[in-house]
Design a protein around this ligand. Structure first.
Ligand SMILES: [Zn+2]
Length: 462
C-alpha cells in the first residue's frame, strides 16, 4: 500500500537489518539478493502490518468484566477508579503482554497508547518482550480529573476518580509531561514516545497548549480523547466558548501532528477544521456501538475520510470494542458507512484497509517507518495463509480480507524484520505460560478490587 495503493502480484520483498530494501516481481528480487532466510507466502496475501491508533493496553485483565447494563459514567467513575487504585506494575505488564499477543495474532504490528498506563515502563518492557512496535506516552497528563464526570455521575458518593498514582497537581503533571517524548531509544527500537493528554474535560487550556509545545519540541504527535459523547462535547463547547475542535485549532493545539480519539460529534465548522488542519481522527466504531454512542449513525468519520481528512482506526479497550482486531474495525467502518448513507459505494474495502494501515501510522507519528510496504520503511509485514477456506478463492485479496477472512488467516508476522509469529506460533515465547500468568493476575486484581463478575441482568429485557 503505497500512495497509489499498489498491489503487486507474485512479488518478493527483500529485508536487510529490519528495513525493506527491495520489492518487486519475485524473479527479479530473488535474482538481486542472496537471502539467508526465506519466508514463502505460497501465493497468500502479504500486506503492511496494521497500526492500532487507540488502545488502552493495561485494561486487558478485566475484559468482559463489565455487565451490559452498566452505564458508562459508572464504568469510568466506579469501576476504573477502583481498577487504578488496585492495579500494580506486574498487572500492567501482564495486560500489555496479552494485548500485544492478541494484536499480533490479528495482524497488528504497532499501537498507540493514550497515556493511561500508570507505569509506562511496564508497557514498554511488555512490547519489547513480545516484539510489537509501541508508541507510548507519559501517564495521565491532566489537571482536572473531576472533569471526566461531565457533571452526570449518578452516584457522586462512590466517586473514585482521584487516582493517587496519577496526581493532577501542577508539579506532578509537569514532572511527568514530556518524559516519553524524549525517551532516547537506540536505532531500531520498538518503543518510542509521544505526548498524550487524557482530554474529555480533564485538561485546562493552559495544559493543552503546554502539551502541544512539548510534543512539537520533541517532534512527536499530541494525542487526546475528543468529542466522545454528547456530554463531554457540550462541556468543552461551553468551556472553550466555541466548537471544541475549532477552538483547539485556533489555540494551535490541532494541526498535522495532532491525533484525536473518537471525535464522534463534529459540527460543520469542525469538519472543515479537521480537513484543513491535517489532524488525524482515530475512529473506534465498535467502541461507539458497544456503548450506544451512535458514531456509526451520526458521526462524520467516513465523510471526513472521503473529504481527504486523515482517519485511523482504534479498538480502544477490552470492554469497549472488547476485541483488538483491527480487521473488524475496518469492516465495521466500511459497512456502517454504507448503511448510514444508504450507499454501497460510500466506502470500499480499500478505504477500511487504508485507515487501518497508513491512517494508523499517521496517527502514531510513524509514517516514516510503518503503514505501507515501501523501500526504506521498516519491515512490519503480515503474511496470510491460503490453508483456510474463508480467504478462498483468492479472487480479490482486499475484499476477501476486509469482508471475509480478516485476521483469521494471519499466519506469519514480521516486525522490524524479525519473525514474531510463524505458522500461528510465537517462536521465541512460551505463549501458554504468558496467557496463564495473565489469567492468574486477573483473578488477583479483581479480588483486590473487591469486584465480582456477574452475568447480565436479563430482567431488563422484559
Ligand atoms: Zn480511550
Amino acid at each position: 500500500m503505497d500512495d497509489e495503493r499498489s498491489i503487486i502480484p507474485d512479488a518478493a520483498i527483500a529485508i536487510v537489518d529490519g528495513a525493506i530494501v527491495d520489492l518487486g516481481p519475485d524473479a527479479d528480487v530473488v535474482a538481486r539478493w542472496g537471502a539467508t532466510e526465506v519466508i514463502d507466502a505460497a501465493g497468500a496475501p502479504v500486506h503492511p502490518g496494521l497500526v492500532e491508533a487507540h488502545l488502552h493496553c493495561s485494561y486487558q485483565l478485566f475484559r468482559g468484566a463489565l455487565p451490559d447494563q452498566l452505564q458508562e459514567e459508572d464504568a469510568f467513575r466506579e469501576f476504573e477508579g477502583h481498577f487504578y487504585r488496585a492495579v500494580d506494575d506486574e498487572d500492567e505488564h501482564a495486560s500489555a503482554v496479552i494485548a500485544a499477543l492478541e494484536m499480533i495474532r490479528h495482524g497488528t504490528t504497532a499501537f498507540l497508547e493514550p497515556g493511561t498506563v500508570l507505569e509506562v515502563e511496564a508497557a514498554a518492557t511488555a512490547a519489547e518482550l513480545v516484539g510489537i512496535r509501541a508508541v507510548l506516552a507519559d501517564s495521565f497528563i491532566w489537571d482536572d480529573p473531576e472533569g471526566l464526570a461531565m457533571g452526570k455521575n449518578a452516584h457522586p458518593e462512590r466517586n473514585t476518580s482521584m487516582i493517587p498514582r496519577a496526581a493532577s497537581d501542577r508539579a506532578s503533571v509537569r514532572s511527568r509531561l514530556g518524559r516519553m517524548a524524549v525517551r532516547q531509544s537506540p536505532p531500531g527500537s520498538l518503543v518510542t514516545g509521544h505526548v498524550a493528554v487524557l482530554g474529555l474535560g480533564t485538561a485546562s487550556t493552559e495544559l493543552m497548549i503546554e502539551a502541544k509545545r512539548v510534543a512539537d519540541d520533541a517532534g512527536v504527535v499530541l494525542n487526546f480523547h475528543q468529542s466522545y459523547s454528547p456530554g463531554d462535547t457540550a462541556r468543552d463547547h461551553q468551556r472553550l466558548g466555541a466548537h471544541p475542535i475549532v477552538a483547539l485549532r485556533d489555540l494551535g493545539v490541532v494541526d498535522r501532528s495532532t491525533t484525536m480519539a473518537h471525535v464522534n460529534h463534529v459540527s460543520d465548522a469542525e469538519f472543515h477544521a479537521l480537513v484543513e488542519s491535517g489532524a488525524t481522527v482515530a475512529w473506534a466504531p465498535a467502541a461507539s456501538m458497544m456503548w450506544g454512542h451512535g458514531s456509526t449513525l451520526d458521526g462524520r468519520h467516513a465523510e471526513l475520510h472521503r473529504a481527504g481528512a486523515s482517519v485511523a482506526l482504534g479498538s480502544d479497550s477490552p470492554n469497549w470494542s472488547n476485541s483488538l482486531d483491527l480487521f473488524r474495525q475496518a469492516s465495521l467502518a466500511v459497512l456502517t458507512a454504507r448503511e448510514s448513507h444508504r450507499d454501497r459505494t460510500y466506502l470500499v474495502a480499500e478505504d477500511g484497509f487504508a485507515m487501518a494501515t497508513r491512517g494508523g501510522a499517521r496517527a502514531a507519528g510513524i509514517s516514516d517507518r510503518a503503514g505501507s510496504i515501501e523501500i526504506g520503511k521498516r519491515a512490519d509485514l503480515v503474511v496470510h495463509s491460503l490453508r483456510r477456506p474463508e480467504l478462498l478463492p483468492l479472487t480479490d485479496p482486499v475484499r476477501n480480507l476486509v469482508y471475509s477472512a480478516g485476521s483469521s488467516t494471519v499466519d506469519t508476522v514480521v516486525i522490524e524484520g524479525r519473525v514474531v509469529l510463524r505458522g500461528g506460533m510465537f517462536p521465541h515465547l512460551d505463549e501458554e505460560a504468558l496467557l496463564r500468568r495473565a489469567s492468574e493476575r486477573s483473578v488477583g486484581l479483581l479480588r483486590r478490587m473487591g469486584y465480582t463478575v456477574g452475568p447480565n441482568d436479563l430482567g431488563r429485557r422484559v
